[in-house]
Design a protein around this ligand. Structure first.
Ligand SMILES: C[S@@+](CC[C@H](N)C(=O)[O-])C[C@H]1O[C@@H](n2cnc3c(N)ncnc32)[C@H](O)[C@@H]1O
Length: 323
């Protein structure tokens, strides 16, 4: 009964479910990490493939996601050897070491936020539903979006909104935020969304679904609040050392700010490390560290994007560590 309530409250449709799990080329006795358990969609599929000697560590920095993933796995693969870890994936090395694990056979990360984080107004991610201006994936630590909006200078705010949201009107928006907060601090999402919408130049209505004018700014503030690109950087720095030869890293990204570092890092691993000039006699690079089984990445099928519009921007990239 309790499991049903947890599952009912956390509705997330897993993106690239079978593609991501296939990409790991699972072995029943292997040790795997799901960096982003969310609703447990990918974790449950991995867990179902593992035998008694396999292991899965499923991380999430959101306590609600940990509870949902636990309930999902308990209902689909109750005997599976899975441990849920409430921690950011930047702490992968330390958390695994604390469990006696220094090498794994596969790592999956399905980046960004889950649907419940966006949909539940009290989490403060939504510009459509009013809630406290929070946006923290881990509600127990770190500064909230309200703290950020209150403390960044106008230039810093504009830079965040431009860099992480690709928002052309970042300077106008930052100016409007700073002017408004001089009299009343921002504490609610709807209030901030309204100020952003008013700051943007009015456009003629385009055909098709209307994009809310605060979409890009909210994405940017969410990324900054959660240090998402630093987290990704930390993952990319630690993943290769954690993998056994033949082990695979699979990453699903949802926007260019996430996809670019993954694509560039994988490409540099596939090229091999740059050699110092004295050693660069026949080639400027050493031996490749990985092979890329899908050099262009994998996108969702048209059937999946029709059923789940969130899958439209998803791209799965896979690197396999060489001997
Ligand atoms: C897209 S959802 C994952 C959905 C999951 N794959 C599924 O099938 O249900 C992303 C999840 O990653 C978590 N997350 C994002 N960044 C994280 C980080 N740096 N460390 C740990 N968890 C993170 C979020 O809290 C969210 O629950």
């Amino acid at each position: 009964m309790f499991l049903c309530a947890v599952l009912a409250a956390f509705q997330h449709t897993t993106v690239l479910a079978s593609e991501a799990v296939d990409a790991l080329a699972l072995r029943p006795d292997g040790t795997y990490v799901d960096c982003t358990a969310g609703g447990g969609g990918h974790s449950a599929r991995i867990a179902a493939e593992l035998g008694p000697d396999g292991r899965l560590f499923s991380f999430d920095r959101d306590a609600d996601a940990i509870a949902a993933a636990r309930a999902h796995i308990a209902s689909t693969a109750p005997a599976a050897p899975v441990e849920l870890v409430h921690a950011p994936f930047s702490r992968l090395v330390e958390e695994l070491a604390a469990r006696g694990v220094s090498q794994v056979d596969g790592i999956l990360a399905d980046l960004g936020v889950s649907s419940p984080q966006l949909d539940h107004a009290e989490r403060g991610f939504s510009f459509r539903k009013d809630g406290p201006l929070d946006m923290r994936m881990d509600r127990d630590s770190g500064a909230s979006a309200a703290d950020l909006v209150a403390s960044l200078s106008e230039t810093e705010l504009a830079d965040v909104i431009y860099r992480y949201g690709d928002e052309r009107d970042s300077r106008r928006i930052a100016r409007a935020i700073v002017a408004r907060r001089a009299t009343t601090p921002f504490t609610r999402t709807a209030d901030l969304a309204a100020v952003i919408a008013a700051a943007k130049p009015k456009k003629r209505k385009a055909r098709g679904p209307q994009v809310h004018p605060a979409t890009k700014s909210f994405q940017a503030l969410r990324i900054a609040t959660n240090g998402e690109l630093d987290e990704l950087d930390a993952l990319l720095h630690s993943a290769l050392d954690l993998l056994v030869p033949g082990g695979r890293l699979a990453v699903i990204t949802f926007h260019s700010g996430e996809d670019r570092p993954v694509k560039q890092t994988f490409a540099s691993w596939a090229k091999g490390p740059a050699l110092p000039p004295a050693q660069a006699i026949y080639s400027s690079h050493g031996d490749p560290l990985v092979r890329l089984p899908h050099p262009k990445g994998i996108a969702a099928s048209s059937a999946e994007t029709a059923a789940n519009p969130r899958a439209r921007s998803a791209r799965l990239r896979v690197a396999e560590k060489l001997q």
